[in-house]
Design a protein around this ligand. Structure first.
Ligand code: THU
Length: 136
């Protein structure tokens, strides 16, 4: 598994921040950017993409994770999420479940509202999650 130093964590948060400018959020006006780093060190970004049929919209985290999977990656190591105003933007429940499919121990990086970074482990935000083992 790739080891990330603090510098690369800051870079991943910056990648999410930069991606945010491409968010398509004409209904909520809540633009979100996400960046996923994979085990091979590649970075994939995503934004929220809303829809006139509101439930058809998708969050930035799932777009970033799906881009990584579509590129042939399977190990998602870290996911940075950036919303408006530098405030924390924790992944919604659907995104937590979606990300847990690929790594329950994924590190999540969020802004802290004071110019710093919050670091969380996905399993702490989604304890006892449903996974592939429950299908057996
Ligand atoms: N959203 C995300 O993209 N990621 C999150 O972590 C929280 C919410 C999006 C969904 C919707 O387009 C907008 O933010 C407001 O909920």
């Amino acid at each position: 598994m790739a080891v990330m130093d603090k510098g690369s964590e800051a870079e991943l948060l910056e990648a999410a921040r930069a991606a945010r400018s491409h968010a398509y959020a004409p209904y909520s006006h809540f633009a979100v950017g996400a960046a996923v780093r994979t085990g091979s060190g590649r970075v994939f970004t995503g934004v929220n993409v809303e829809n006139a049929a509101y439930p058809a919209g998708i969050c930035a985290e799932r777009v970033a994770a799906a881009a990584a999977i579509a590129a042939g990656e399977r190990e998602l190591v870290t996911c940075a999420v950036v919303g408006p105003n530098g405030k924390p933007c924790p992944p919604c429940g659907i995104c937590r479940q979606f990300l847990a499919e690929f790594n329950e121990q994924m590190t999540l990086l969020l802004e802290d509202g004071e110019g710093g970074m919050i670091r969380r482990t996905l399993s702490d935000l989604l304890p006892g999650s449903f996974g592939s083992s429950h299908l057996q």
